[in-house]
Write a protein that binds this ligand. Structure first.
Ligand code: SER
Length: 889
């Protein structure tokens, strides 16, 4: 059975039993403690813990997950994959243990022709939390399992949590006995023979901080008893497809096949190669899914994980002997499989592949640059007589050039060297510890959220700022350094929560509103506005006057000018986004933005710089849309409705049931957005694009000024043009021609100057030729030319002098000049001098030594130089001495 069919049957089965089908949340996790979603229940946590009322009593989903703790293990064992899918059914205080077991058992054992998975009951087992007699009882009753097929296990195996504080509970799993060839009888620990594939969590507790699977405290009971189940889709797929492991299922194996065709190696013949094949197949698929959800390669957090995955895949292909770009071959193969369940991957493939291919190109450049550094390190190591490359070098290659250590080890081995991997590891450890210390420091900077939660528990803050800029309200509470406080006085900076507020909290790229909160004898200046927990708006204020207390009546007043400009900038961002997509096509999708009064910037997926004509076109399309005075409106709808409408959602955001769609000119621009906007596009005013640059692989940034700022910007440009045209005494439209003409004349003048200088240098030739010194019969000319003569001219001079002196007597000409602070020397000999066994190359080396450098060349003419101008005169006398030495010796 195809993986996509297993997935489809799951959702169908539970939909038929009253579950709402909920789409997978995006891979990036909204929880700052996790990079990616690691379980199906993640998006439902607020329902489990009672923070929000679930909109449905039961739900089902197939969640995309990425677990990266085991990244180094991928491929070595057949059990670790990075991307996987988890089928789940969830009950929020609705059904509990009995129904959960009944559903799971029915779907697993129902024959395939009746829509089930058709597993053979006789090889199935159930594990339960050791003290859960109730579950044992249900398994016996509902599934008819005998005692010896039910096993009691401890907390490590049968108590589930996300690994962080939050909901948790005892669980019960369905295991399948794969037969004695996979392990010993009743050996539950090893995990290969009795493979668990469906985990039913009886979500009823809340846990605290603590390490490992057993070392955390249970803080209490959840408000309701819930169900969270997780059926490993890949596991079921390999069990039903009759293959050994997840790498061999229909969604993954074709990549291995293609890799095998490309490399000419066979999967299944060499253990080391097999590991590489599996790394390639797993990582290519994970990268496809991550980029699909808007992650781009980078050096931090999720971006770094993606970068590692891509680089490990590329590197593994190289180790398999394939040196050409490989993603272009493999990514489309993965797409072919994955699009069956995720059709959006095909629509987005232009963007996805651009990002992946750009990263491969960057990595290939890295390899080239790093190889040069590597070669130098090898030379130095060998020169010092050592056989081991220092750990510090390997670390530098890794840290600066992204060289994986195994690459360094292997390349060193080819050069007959080994690598101090222990030294490397200890440097890596130091770096990790530094990073951890940084992270801890950052975390401590954040206020503990319990104070916010206390105020949030009193209700959601109403936001009135879409309709009005000033609102009568009341102080709900205040916080000093994160802790709820009873009062604060003039001069203090504290955080305030109001019952309702017109102040926009920073989000969706728009910065917070500025303004004042006033009351009887009270004046607060709003410095920042944030939403630290969902539903709570918090103002950071400076108390200009009075004493602040909970319960005080106040009037909250957003600065009108500020807000108007903020609206212009935010609507401007949407306009520029739509213009980008109109000009560049739908791949130019926004990945981040920032806007504040007068200014906006927008990061978008694109791999090459925009040429000036394209930039102007984007600016023109944007300004035309402004001029057309398109209506701007916002409306609420469900996420599927918004998608149907073509509204663009930002990556990595988890949206509520009801989303807000802002549109400008109907379908021209539709985005999911909570920001504040103008009412008509003409209110954006002028829009001037000021720059476009790269901010990482496959991501570009466009910047613009909006409204009055755009006019000021254009005004500054105009002033600059005026100044230039005054200085150059020409009309503005003639400036380019004038500047080009000036540059051309400057070039001609420089050439002329150079010619004249050379002529001047050469003029000295006749005089030098007539005044040689006699050094034991050798006619020696040692001349220090004026500073600034380049190597070419020195050579001309030396040859000119030599030519003038004929061949009758031995002649040695040495000329030297200091150019740009660096001394250079040229020595020329005639044939007779060479018959006297003098050599230009030897003499130049002697001169260059005095100049702190090197030199060499042929016997008749040689050239050298150094870094020490102070040695210039010594150099010439050293040459003279050497001649004497040679002739008399
Ligand atoms: N949350 C549980 C798991 O991930 C069941 O869905 O295994």
């Amino acid at each position: 059975m195809e993986t996509s069919e297993i997935r489809r049957r799951f959702l169908q089965y539970f939909e038929d039993r009253g579950h709402t089908v909920v789409p997978s949340a995006p891979l990036p996790s909204p929880d700052p403690n996790l990079l990616f979603n690691v379980a199906g229940m993640a998006q439902f946590v607020p329902y489990f813990v009672g923070q929000q009322t679930p909109p449905y009593p039961r739900a089902t989903s197939v969640q995309k997950c990425v677990r990266t703790l085991d990244i180094d293990e991928v491929g070595k064992t057949t059990r670790h994959g990075t991307f996987f899918q988890m089928n789940g059914n969830f009950s929020f205080g609705d059904y509990f243990k009995e129904k959960a077991i009944e559903y799971a058992w029915e779907l697993v054992t129902k024959p395939q022709h009746e829509g089930g998975y058709g597993f053979d009951e006789s090889v199935l087992y159930a594990s339960v939390y050791y003290e859960d007699d109730e579950a044992i009882d249900i398994w016996k009753r509902v599934a008819g399992l005998p005692d010896d097929r039910i096993v009691r296990l401890g907390m490590k195996d049968n108590f589930w949590s996300m690994g962080i504080p939050g909901p948790c509970g005892p669980c019960s799993e369905i295991l399948i006995d794969r037969g004695p060839e996979f392990g010993a009888d009743r050996d539950w620990e090893a995990g290969d023979r009795y493979l668990e594939f469906w985990n039913l969590v009886f979500m009823q507790n809340i846990r605290g901080e603590g390490g490992g699977k057993e070392g955390y405290p249970i803080l209490g009971e959840l408000p309701k008893k819930n169900i969270d189940t997780g059926l490993g889709l890949e596991r079921v797929a390999y069990l039903l497809q009759g293959v050994d492991n997840m790498y061999e299922i229909d969604e993954i194996y074709p990549v291995i096949e293609r890799a095998s065709e490309l490399t000419g190696r066979k999967y299944g013949s060499e253990h080391e190669d097999d590991i590489r094949f599996r790394v390639v197949a797993d990582h290519v698929r994970s990268a496809l899914m991550l980029i699909g959800d808007g992650v781009t390669p980078g050096n931090e957090q999720g971006g770094y994980v993606l970068r590692r995955l891509l680089r490990r895949a590329i590197r593994s292909m190289r180790l398999l002997g394939y040196e050409d770009p490989s993603l272009v071959e493999l990514l489309p193969v993965s797409l072919e499989q994955m699009k069956k369940s995720y059709p959006e991957l095909e629509t987005d493939f232009g963007r996805i592949s651009q990002v992946a291919y750009a990263e491969e190109e960057a990595f290939r450049r890295t390899l080239t640059a790093g190889t040069t550094i590597f070669d130098v390190a090898v030379r130095e190591t060998k020169a010092s007589g050592a056989h081991q490359l220092e750990g510090a070098k390997a670390f530098q290659l890794h840290d600066t050039y992204g060289f994986p250590i195994d690459l360094t080890v292997e390349m060193a081995a080819e050069q007959g060297l080994n690598v101090d991997t222990e030294g490397f590891k200890s440097l890596m450890k130091e770096q990790r510890e530094r990073a951890k210390a940084d992270a801890r420091a950052k975390k401590a900077g954040h206020a503990d959220t319990s104070g916010y939660r206390e105020l949030r528990d009193k209700g959601v803050t109403e936001f009135t700022g879409y309709q009005e800029l000033s609102t009568d309200s009341q102080v709900r509470g205040l916080l000093r350094e994160g802790a709820v406080a009873e009062f604060a006085e003039q001069g203090e900076t504290v955080e305030v929560v109001l019952e309702k507020t017109p102040f926009y909290a920073e989000s969706g790229g728009q910065i917070a509103d500025e303004g004042l909160i006033v009351g009887d004898g009270l004046r607060l200046k709003v410095l920042d506005v944030q939403r630290p927990v969902k539903g709570l708006i918090v103002h950071r204020v400076e108390i200009l006057e009075g004493v602040l207390r909970p319960g005080t009546d106040v009037h909250a007043q957003v600065d009108h000018e500020w807000r108007v400009s903020a609206c212009q900038a935010h609507s401007g961002t949407h306009v520029v986004h739509a213009a980008l997509r109109q000009v560049l096509g739908p791949n130019a999708l926004q990945s981040g933005s920032y806007n504040k009064p007068g200014y906006l910037r927008l990061d978008f997926a694109w791999t090459s710089a925009l040429d000036p004509a394209t930039r102007s076109e984007i600016e023109e399309v944007a300004n035309l849309a402004v001029r057309q005075d398109l209506p701007v409106s916002a409306q609420y709808m469900t996420l599927p409705e918004a998608r149907e409408w073509g509204a663009l959602a930002l990556f990595g955001e988890t949206y509520d049931e009801q989303v807000r769609v802002v549109e400008i000119g109907g379908p021209w621009s539709r985005e999911l957005c909570g920001g504040t906007h103008v009412k008509h596009s003409s209110q954006v005013g002028a829009l001037a694009v000021t720059g476009e640059s790269s901010v990482g692989a496959g991501v570009r940034r466009i910047e613009a000024f909006v409204g009055m700022e755009a006019l000021h910007y254009l005004g500054r440009e105009r002033a600059l043009v005026r100044l230039l045209s005054e200085n150059l005494k020409t009309r503005p439209e003639e400036l380019p021609a004038k500047v080009a003409d000036l540059a051309e004349r400057l070039r001609t003048a420089e050439k002329e100057l150079e010619r004249m200088r050379a002529a001047q240098v050469l003029q000295a030739g006749a005089e030098l030729a007539s005044n040689p010194r006699d050094v034991f019969g050798v006619q020696f000319v040692g001349h220090r030319a004026p500073d600034g003569v380049n190597g070419g001219d020195l050579r001309k001079l030396a040859l000119d002098v030599r030519g003038r002196m004929g061949n009758e007597k031995p002649v040695v000409v040495a000329v030297l000049s200091v150019n740009d602070g660096k001394p250079g020397v040229v020595i020329a000999l005639n044939d007779t001098a060479r018959e006297w066994r003098l050599k230009a190359g030897d003499l130049v080396r002697i001169a260059a030594e005095k100049l702190g450098g090197r030199g060499g060349g042929k016997d008749d003419v040689a050239q050298g130089g150094g870094t020490d101008p102070a040695g210039a005169d010594d150099a010439l006398s050293a040459v003279e001495h050497a001649i004497g030495h040679q002739v008399t010796g």
